[in-house]
Write a protein that binds this ligand. Structure first.
Ligand code: PEP
Ligand code: MG
Length: 658
């Protein structure tokens, strides 16, 4: 018998075979007549089933065996191998997954006004809602456990086929008719594909052939597949369990000729309370009009959360059994930033909700006017309000917030997410993508800032008593050119795509900076010899050690710019571990010692005529911004969510400055 043609491949698809990349891979596999199978760690799955493929959990850099058997196997093997080796495979249309990655900001640190009476769930979509409950608790569908045989088997199979076709038709109609956002369209499309998944359908029809009714076959297959997803470690894949259950329920309802409560009937101003809501059902609700969503299940990466966020509906998910206490409530309040839910709030709490809601709404609206605002000093110098980001997933949020470039791209995440050191190529693509997105603004990439407190595959850190005072940041990088050079080469190459600047963390003197420059020179020479295009970039330093403050004059002669890292500068000046909650009081950027260190840095940089910016948390503190500007800082970089308020502050000051 003919053996399948096979090839061992290291998968380079950056997103792994998740979501869109998996669906597109399946589509490609289906375009060939041959059978296609993928094996990972001894487990294999048909490449023509996105459900089975996702359950294999194939990630970037995983080794897989691709097996192809059939009339067009050579062509199929070539084409599918190329797909698996393309880092960008499936990315351009991957709006659904991109949305999944956007987790909301951390819950607010505000003190709860409701703590005595409130329940706490997962803060999934920011905003405050108060309104009557619209309960959505569809009846449980149970298997009929009928035994079938003979002609009954063909009849049940036919019933199942009709039910699946009806569900897919409804989903397609919803995609075509409703004014869905691209993310929602992607979600419904994905559900529709689950409803047509070869492997799931095979399992259902096999169950019918073995004597189960269509209803029992659908419920058993979807429950089993959902269970498999719920055991996955990856939060995105875990959340797909809900999708599989939702699709199974839709098919079961169709078999029974039943319909769930129509969510298009949720009255304006009501709070939707449910155990769980499928994405398909939720998109039928009048999302622009409802006041909030509370669910027993769900997480920040579940589809309910994504849809709620994309419509700015406040949502608290994962409330568990406590959701039951809401069923008979007359009124419910929720705060999607703190995760608080209050049942039948009294007048005082209602007033507090109304206040929070009005304040958040008017602030959000009002701050939009600053999106394109360019704060400018009286002498014409533009104050750059830039974003701190950790991955390209944050580009959109930063641009939407009005970021004038990136003041700190923390590259650690790229290293921490991988099972091995990210290659020069992978890094190059990411840096170039970010640079292009913010062009002509600059993107300041910080070279790898990591130490023994954050392990990275591929770098062995020694055990240290004080990792924050240890072998980290530039110290480690200079000792490990095999780690540092690929990053510098990637940055030199990416600088062709946009306005890349580079800064070095944990610097203590000019000699360290000179050593970095030497290495950059070597990298540039190598690239020139290899005929690879590159561009030289401005090289700056982070000022975050007391030593750097003391020698700021010397550093200013060698560096193109300074960026003050107040998070570390505060801990080192105050000798107070920034992670130790007992020392939180000492970690105070407004302490005169720290403020003086910032002022000295600003003075040295300004005297030398180089840009002085700040990228520590303090840069976004509106109470301190006037002091920083007065010291001569011309760039403030912060998390995107802080940008609108910072710009507003600068606009208010602008009048004073002119
Ligand atoms: C800082 O130290 O202020 C800084 C911006 O860097 P990180 O918080 O990543 O150490
Ligand atoms: Mg730091």
């Amino acid at each position: 018998m003919d053996q399948p043609t096979e090839r061992t491949i290291i998968v380079r698809v950056r997103e792994g075979l998740h979501a869109r990349p998996a669906t597109r891979f399946v589509k490609l596999a289906k375009s060939f007549a041959s059978d296609v199978e993928i094996e990972k760690s001894g487990k294999s799955a048909s490449a023509k089933s996105s459900v089975k493929l996702m359950l294999l959990s194939v990630m970037e850099n995983d080794e897989v065996i691709l097996r192809v058997k059939g009339e067009d196997e050579a062509e199929a093997l070539e084409s599918l191998s190329n797909y698996l080796q393309d880092p960008n495979a499936g990315l351009d249309e991957d709006e659904g997954h991109a949305a999944v990655q956007q987790t909301p900001s951390a819950p607010a640190q505000q003190d709860s006004q409701f703590s005595a009476t409130s329940l706490k769930g997962i803060a999934a979509s920011e905003g405050v809602g108060l309104g009557p409950v619209f309960g959505y608790f569809p009846e449980e569908i149970v298997a009929d456990n009928l035994k079938i045989s003979g002609a009954g088997i063909a009849a049940e199979a036919k019933k199942l086929e009709t039910a699946i076709a009806a569900v897919r038709h409804n989903m397609q109609a919803s995609i075509d008719e409703k004014s869905l956002s691209p993310a929602e369209r992607g979600i419904i499309q994905a559900l529709s594909e689950i409803a047509a998944d070869d492997a799931m359908l095979d399992d259902m029809f096999a169950a019918i052939s073995s004597g189960q009714s269509a209803l029992s076959a659908v419920l058993a297959t979807s429950a089993r597949t959902a269970e498999d997803f719920s055991k996955m470690a990856d939060p995105y894949l875990k959340a797909r369990a809900d999708d599989v259950r939702a699709v199974g329920r839709q098919i079961a309802l169709s078999l029974l000729n039943k319909k769930d409560t129509d969510l298009s009937k949720v009255p304006a101003g009501a709070i939707l309370v449910a155990d769980d809501v499928g994405a398909f059902e939720l998109t039928r609700a009048p999302l622009k009009k409802i006041a909030g969503i509370i669910c027993a299940r769900g997480s920040v990466t579940s589809h309910i959360a994504i849809i709620a966020r994309s419509h700015s509906v406040p949502a608290v998910l994962g409330l568990g059994d406590a959701t039951k206490t809401l069923i008979d409530a007359k009124l419910v309040g929720l705060d999607g930033k703190s995760g608080e839910v209050v049942v039948d709030p009294d007048q005082a709490i209602q007033a507090e909700f109304a206040k929070r809601k009005a304040a958040a709404q008017s602030e959000h609206e009002a701050l939009k006017v600053y999106k394109a605002f360019q704060p400018t000093r009286a002498d014409g110098t533009v104050i750059e309000v830039a974003a701190n980001i950790g991955s390209p997933d944050e580009i959109t949020a930063a641009l939407d917030a009005g970021a004038m470039g990136v003041g700190l791209f923390r590259t650690e995440l790229l290293f921490m997410q991988q099972k091995e050191l990210p290659s020069e190529e992978v890094q190059f693509e990411i840096y170039a993508r970010v640079a292009k997105a913010f062009k002509p603004h600059s993107v300041i990439v910080r070279t790898l800032d990591i130490g023994g407190d954050k392990p990275v595959a591929g770098i062995e850190f020694p055990h240290e008593e004080n990792p924050f005072l240890g072998w980290r940041g530039v110290r480690m990088c200079l000792d490990r050119p095999d780690v540092f050079k690929p990053q510098l080469r990637a940055l030199l190459r990416a600088a062709v795509a946009g306005n890349i600047k580079v800064m070095v963390p944990m610097i203590v003197d000019a000699a360290e900076l000179r050593a970095v420059k030497e290495l950059i020179k070597t990298c540039a020479q190598e690239l020139a010899a290899e005929g690879k295009p590159y561009e030289e970039f401005a090289l700056g330093v982070m000022i975050e050690t007391p030593a750097a403050v003391m020698v700021a004059d010397d550093l200013a002669k060698e560096a193109s710019f300074f960026s003050i890292g107040t998070n570390d500068l505060t801990q080192y000046v105050m000798a107070a571990d920034r992670l130790n909650p007992r020392l939180a009081k000492l970690n105070d950027v407004t302490h005169p010692a720290v403020m003086r260190a910032i002022a000295l840095t600003a003075e040295a940089g300004t005297k030398a005529g180089i840009m002085v910016g700040m990228c520590g948390e303090a840069a976004g503190r509106v109470d301190l911004i006037p002091r920083f500007i007065a010291m001569g800082l011309t760039e403030l970089s912060m998390s995107p969510s802080m940008i609108p308020r910072a710009k507003e502050k600068l606009a208010q000051m602008n009048a004073v400055m002119r």
